[in-house]
Design a protein. Structure first.
Length: 204
C-alpha cells in the first residue's frame, strides 16, 4: 500500500457518538442563519455535487464569476457566518501547534452520489497552516497522493467521528473523496456525510 505523505495524521473515532450528535446539532443550528447552497465551478459554472455552508469569521465560497475565495458573509443572504463551535476550536488546539486559530470551517454535505475531485487547498495565505477535517455520518473513501496531479494515492475509509490532519508536506498534496458509502449511518438527518474542515486563512 502507498504510504501517506509526511504530516498526514488520522485519528479514528476522535469524537464519540454523543459528541457527533452535538456537532450535528451545531450544524443544524448554524445553517438556519447560513443555509446550505450549491456552489459552482469557476469559468464553467458547473454546479458542484456537494452543498456548502461555513462556520467562522470567514467562509469559503466559489462561483463562475469570481472563483474560489473567502468572504465574511453568506453569498445568498449577505449575513455573517455562525461562529466556529468551541469544541472545534479545542480540536484545533489539540491536534495542531499552529500559532493562530482557524478562521473558517467549511461545512460540506455529501449526499448520494456526491464526490470531491482531486485538489489542493491553496486559496489561503497561510498555506503553512494545517487543514483539520472531521467526518460525520456516512463513511467516505478519502485518497491523498503527492504534490503533482496523478500517480499513486493512499486510500482510507473514514467513519463518523474520525479526524484527519494534513500538515507539513501533506498540506500541499492532492486529495479527494472518491466515494460515499451512502446509507451506512443514520446520524445525519436526511442522510449522507457532513464534512467539517477547519482552515486558517490569513498569516498570524
Amino acid at each position: 500500500m502507498t504510504p501517506p505523505p509526511p504530516g498526514f495524521a488520522h485519528y479514528p473515532l476522535y469524537f464519540d457518538t454523543a459528541q457527533q450528535s452535538a456537532l450535528i446539532e451545531a450544524v443544524r443550528t448554524g445553517v438556519k442563519d447560513a443555509p446550505f447552497w450549491r456552489p459552482s465551478m469557476p469559468r464553467t459554472g458547473t454546479p458542484m455535487s456537494v452543498v456548502l455552508s461555513n462556520f467562522g469569521p470567514l467562509g469559503w465560497v466559489t462561483d463562475k464569476e469570481l472563483g474560489y475565495r473567502y468572504e465574511h458573509t453568506h453569498p445568498k443572504t449577505g449575513s455573517p457566518w455562525t461562529p466556529i463551535p468551541a469544541v472545534l476550536m479545542d480540536l484545533w488546539d489539540a491536534v495542531t501547534d499552529y500559532p493562530g486559530p482557524p478562521e473558517a470551517c467549511l461545512i460540506n454535505w455529501y449526499r448520494d452520489g456526491s464526490k470531491m475531485g482531486a485538489h489542493i487547498d491553496s486559496d489561503e495565505q497561510a498555506t503553512d497552516a494545517p487543514v483539520v477535517s472531521i467526518s460525520l455520518g456516512d463513511p467516505a473513501m478519502f485518497r491523498i497522493g503527492g504534490p503533482q496531479r496523478g500517480g499513486p494515492t493512499y486510500g482510507i475509509k473514514l467513519f463518523s467521528g474520525d479526524v484527519v490532519v494534513m500538515a507539513g508536506q501533506s498540506r500541499r498534496c492532492y486529495h479527494s473523496v472518491s466515494k460515499i458509502f451512502y446509507g451506512e449511518s443514520a446520524i445525519v438527518p436526511k442522510g449522507g456525510r457532513i464534512n467539517l474542515t477547519l482552515r486558517r486563512v490569513n498569516l498570524p
